[in-house]
Design a protein around this ligand. Structure first.
Ligand code: SF4
Ligand code: SF4
Length: 84
């Protein structure tokens, strides 16, 4: 049995490197360790779940999360409506 959850990317991290002072607050808050400071620069590791903790706690408004709606696999249900 598989007990692991596959973490799908749900958010795109936009980092404003001009505002970011690499304080590391967001790094500590990120529950999936998507953020890291590498060579004096904040980087993301493409596994953001769009919880927006980083955005919320960044004191310098240097990070912004864009939610992405990737295809959900595994769910049999599709509640798609024609939003024309
Ligand atoms: S909390 Fe904000 S300023 Fe601090 S490292 Fe993260 S993005 Fe940069
Ligand atoms: S939104 Fe959540 S998962 Fe994504 S980088 Fe920020 S803290 Fe991490």
């Amino acid at each position: 049995m598989t007990g692991e959850k596959i973490q799908k990317r749900k958010g795109i991290v936009h980092i404003n490197h001009e505002y970011c002072k690499r304080c590391g607050i967001c790094v500590n808050f990120c529950p999936v360790k998507n953020l890291e400071i590498q060579q004096q620069k904040l980087v993301e590791l493409h596994r953001c779940i769009a919880c927006k903790m980083c955005q919320r706690y960044c004191p310098d408004i240097a990070i912004e999360i864009e939610e992405v709606d990737e295809k959900t696999v595994g769910t049999g249900k599709s509640s798609h409506r024609n939003g024309g």
